[in-house]
Structures are given as structure tokens and as C-alpha cells.
Ligand binder design. Structure first.
Ligand SMILES: Nc1ncnc2c1ncn2[C@@H]1O[C@H](COP(=O)(O)OP(=O)(O)O)[C@@H](O)[C@H]1O
Ligand SMILES: Cc1cn([C@H]2C[C@H](O)[C@@H](COP(=O)(O)OP(=O)(O)O)O2)c(=O)[nH]c1=O
Length: 207
């Protein structure tokens, strides 16, 4: 049986659904299973990504979308691609789906977003976490706001939830395996265990 080695897994979904928490637990579990694994995120920890993250109140629309896109292209070329080539499973908190969802919310025409990202290599696997908007909004309120994209309004969160659902087929057409996981009221470790199961299944279906 052939097994994939070296691929990118994107963790996506509504604000507050638990992406960062799940990504960290997935990273730890894959390490425990003996995999070579890199945990990262976009906007990335690079200078461009750090600037983009810090400036969601100062920059908006196309300005911010292009900055975030520049960071994604740079991070893919300089960090993700080399790690994948080296055989690592790269777990990335937010990737293409976040742009497809968030940029239009910020007033960038959906067609333009697709054009901007035309040359970005797709993730091998995208795991979209979906949760109850009331629960996600309450978590954001409890965690605090550090971005213009964070809202404690469940209606805003519901819009995000719906928009992520709306890009699943498009990701698949782009060559990415995309799965949706409803987190319900599961503990973070349970959410991560499901994500790991998806990753191991994807790994087995290689190359
Ligand atoms: N399964 C879970 N159950 C309860 N709380 C969670 C769960 N996953 C994450 N959290 C908490 O919810 C908040 C948002 O999680 P986070 O991982 O930052 O979400 P995201 O990255 O999707 O915005 C954090 O305070 C985190 O500790
Ligand atoms: C326009 C745009 C913004 N962002 C913003 C929205 C997020 O608030 C921020 C990422 O910061 P992050 O701290 O990861 O947010 P969250 O806690 O919701 O995961 O970057 C993107 O990730 N992608 C985009 O395409």
C-alpha cells in the first residue's frame, strides 16, 4: 500500500470554533505518532504576516487582502513547500479558505480574490471546523478581540459558518481534499482526534 509523505493540512473555520487549539493538539498527536510535523499559520509569523495581523484595524479591503495574500505566497514558498518536500506533514491554521471567506466580507469582489490566489498551491487536505455560532461568539467574547474580524455577534459568526460551507466544493474542484467537521460540544481533544483520523486516512491514500 502506498502512503503519502509530505503534505499540507489546512485547518479552517469560523472565528472561535477552535482552529488554533485543534491545530496545536493535532501537531502534538502527530508528533507522538512519530510523524515529522510542522505547525504554522497564515497570516504567518514572518514580518509581513505579523504586520498584517497587527493592522486589521488600520488596513481594510483590498489593501489588507493583498498583504495577507503576499504573506501566504511568501510563507508557502519559503516555509511550507520546503517542509513538505522534506517529508513533513505541515499543519496550517488558516489558509486559502480563510481568504475566500473573509476577503469578500471585507468588500473585495469574490472574483478578484480567486484571481489573487490563482497561483497559490492548494493544501492537500483542508479540514473545516463548524460550530454553533452562539458558542463560537461566546468564546470570542471570553477570549477577547485582537482583530477587526472578531465579533461577539452570533449573526456575524453564522455568516462565516455558512460561507465556509459554501467553499467546500470549490476547494475540491481545485484539487484539495476537503472535509467538514461539526464540532458540537466536543472537548478540544476529541475535535483534534477526529482531525488526526482524517489526516491519517488522507496519508494512507497516497501518493
Ligand atoms: N473544543 C473546545 N471546547 C471548549 N473550548 C474550546 C474548544 N476549542 C477551543 N476552545 C477555546 O475557545 C477559544 C477559541 O479557540 P481558538 O482555538 O482560539 O479558536 P479559533 O482559532 O478558531 O479562533 C479559546 O479560548 C479556546 O481555549
Ligand atoms: C483578509 C484576511 C484577514 N485575515 C485576518 C482574520 C483573522 O482575524 C486574522 C488572523 O488572526 P488570528 O489571530 O488567526 O484570528 P483567529 O483567532 O480568528 O484565528 O487575519 C485572514 O486570516 N485572512 C484574510 O484573508
Amino acid at each position: 500500500m502506498s502512503v503519502r509523505s509530505g503534505f499540507l493540512v489546512a485547518i479552517e473555520g469560523q472565528s472561535g470554533v477552535g482552529k488554533s487549539t485543534a491545530a496545536r493538539l493535532v501537531y502534538e498527536e502527530l508528533q507522538r505518532l512519530g510523524r515529522q510535523v510542522l505547525l504554522t499559520r497564515t497570516p504567518s509569523p514572518s514580518k509581513i504576516g505579523t504586520f498584517a495581523r497587527a493592522e486589521t484595524f488600520g488596513l481594510r479591503g483590498l489593501e489588507l487582502a493583498l498583504l495577507v495574500a503576499a504573506d501566504r505566497y511568501h510563507h508557502e514558498r519559503t516555509v511550507i513547500r520546503p517542509a513538505v518536500a522534506d517529508g513533513a506533514i505541515v499543519v496550517c491554521d488558516r489558509y486559502l479558505a480563510s481568504a475566500l471567506v473573509l476577503d469578500p466580507f471585507d468588500g473585495v469582489a469574490p472574483g478578484l480574490v480567486r484571481t489573487i490566489y490563482q497561483r497559490l498551491p492548494p493544501a492537500g487536505l483542508t479540514i473545516i471546523l463548524r460550530g454553533d455560532p452562539e458558542m463560537c461568539a461566546a468564546r470570542i467574547a471570553a477570549r477577547g478581540f485582537h482583530s477587526r474580524f472578531h465579533s461577539a455577534d452570533p449573526q456575524v459568526n453564522e455568516r462565516e459558518r455558512a460561507a465556509y460551507g459554501g467553499v467546500v466544493e470549490e476547494l475540491r474542484r481545485g484539487g484539495c481534499s476537503a472535509v467538514v467537521h461539526e464540532v458540537g460540544s466536543a472537548a478540544a481533544t476529541t475535535v483534534a482526534a477526529t482531525a488526526v483520523a482524517h489526516i491519517l486516512e488522507y496519508e494512507e491514500c497516497g501518493p
